[in-house]
Ligand binder design. Structure first.
Ligand SMILES: [Fe+2]
Length: 161
């Protein structure tokens, strides 16, 4: 017979859980910020390619939300919490490059790409840092990075020659 007290809380060593949380928390927070700031851009883009940029920003927002969920739930699955409250995100994530008001499409695309690049840097650090710690958590970072780099390309194609 088994009950909850005889079953290990998580499948992994506590140090693995801690490292996964250390590297995946900034990713989850950065992606949550991208959800909010991506919507800001979606609402305020103006000018050339309006409909394409406006619509694609919503796709990016949806992806960012899904990826934040993937990163956060990996941490929670390993038994640790994540503080992703709005005030915590605001204090830990670098300020967005997205302006507050109506903005030309080329300018707003470059701003969103700058925000994406900040998340990509955290993903790169996660992939490096988790390489000898937990390949499953590293796989989460790799999967997100692959998708985010694709969305970056879709955005960049709006402004490149
Ligand atoms: Fe909308």
């Amino acid at each position: 017979m088994s009950n909850a007290e005889t079953v290990s809380t998580t499948a992994v060593d506590p140090s693995v859980a801690a490292a996964s949380a250390q590297f995946l928390s900034p990713v989850a927070l950065g992606l949550q910020a991208l959800v909010v700031n991506g919507k800001q851009a979606h609402w305020h883009v103006r000018g050339a390619n309006f409909i394409g940029v406006h619509e694609f920003l919503d796709v990016l927002v949806e992806h960012a939300g899904d990826w934040a969920d993937t990163a956060a739930e990996r941490i929670v699955a390993l038994g640790l919490p994540i503080d992703a409250r709005v005030a915590t995100i605001a204090s830990k994530v670098a300020p967005t490059a997205v302006p507050a008001g109506f903005t030309r499409s080329d300018e707003i695309v470059l701003a969103v790409i700058a925000d994406i690049d900040a998340v990509l840097a955290d993903l790169e650090a996660a992939i490096e840092g988790l390489d000898e710690v937990d390949l499953t958590s590293q796989d989460v970072a790799i999967e997100i990075k692959r998708g985010l780099e694709k969305d970056r390309w879709f955005l960049f194609a709006h402004v490149s020659a």
